[in-house]
Design a protein around this ligand. Sequence first.
Ligand code: F0G
Length: 434
Amino acid sequence: MQSHLTCFNPACRACFDINDVLYNCTVCGGLLEAKYDFSGADPVALKKTWRERRMDNSPLCQSGVWRYREMFPFLDDLRHVVTLREGNTPQLNAPRAAGYGGLARLTFKHQGFNPTGSFKDNGMTCGAAQAKRLGMKRVACVSTGNTSASMAAYASAGGLDPLIFIPHGNISYGKLAQALEYGAKTFQVEANFDQILALVRVLAERLGIYLLNSINPFRIEGQKSIVIEMMDQRDWRVPDWIVLPGGNLGNVSAFGKGLREMYETGLIDRMPRLGVVQAEGSSPFYEYMAAKGLQPFHAQEHPETLATAIKIGDPVSWPKAQFEIENSKGTVERVTEQEIADAKAVIGQCGIGCEPASAATLAGIRKLTAAGVIDRDADVVAVLTGNVLKDPDYIYRYHTGELTAPNGTPIKSTFGNKPIVVPNDAERIGQLIG
Ligand code: F0G
């Protein structure tokens, strides 16, 4: 078997055909992952091929995901690919944010530059391709925003019918607008993310709809390309740390798998450490890892954070995330609403900008350098997962001193930048400008 699905549970490791429509192991209920035979891989030749593809204008080579397709060879026919030229996201130096984070230097890899504004596009292009390969007609996801926008776009671009389930009243307006514009049938359900995911899994099974949440192993395959592209852009110099926000924990699982596979094939010569940051009110993984095996994993029933992208109390991929954090000698941190909001404003001051969950990275780095976990001189890449325009309301409120945490605590406008109301008077405005 060249590529197949295996159970992630080390005590099970059951194998399944790559074409089986499965999200969990049918033997033990564990998570699934795609496996390949990389034994003949030639790292030097691969690196050369990937560089050459940057000069090739064909859609597959222009995609910052499919350019690296040798690392996720699950498709038998590349005509199934649906691409909007995802990936190709920049790495940006941010000296001001570095200083704030207690580092000599800091690089952001900004996934908000993707076609629909988040890292979800890296995974969705693969999920949509597999849906087409399986002959699926309808695809579904539950989302607090970014997944829905991404899925709607890729499904529609690929001629599939997108069905979106979102928590009623708990989604960013801009993201809902994208889903509607891209033609998704959208259901606003009166329940939270975790409850709706359980519901959608039942519906998917019952109605033969293909599920495109990150439990889908092909989403994870696509998201591996974020770290592959990162290493390519860095000329294969491995950073000391890669820091990212954690919600459902699909992305850290993808990063860990991608890095391991690059290490095993000789593309990189060491593993970077992975740092996951959660919001304090929505931090079941932090709590589990902090207990160091003394407590079983406990889902949080009522997760709360203004960073809606990581407002997830029952993250499906926690066993994979645990493995990847431990395997990379990484860490998990949690940060307050105030810390997220201030870090976000600092990222904005760098001319970069991001949505709130992304800013948890810088807030987490600040804490981890202060605690001595990350060295001041470490080479750190923080992954900004979403575009600054995701939660414009949040930004306006922060800068005008009107932002409050979910528990009602006011958030201080530490780096506030209030718009100034002025009369139509050149003299007066001139004085204000100085
Ligand atoms: N950052 C952003 C911008 C996100 O949209 C998400 C997830 C995450 C981080 C968390 O990533 O789940 O892989 O740990 N957003 C989901 C959504 C919930 O519906 O768009 P994870």
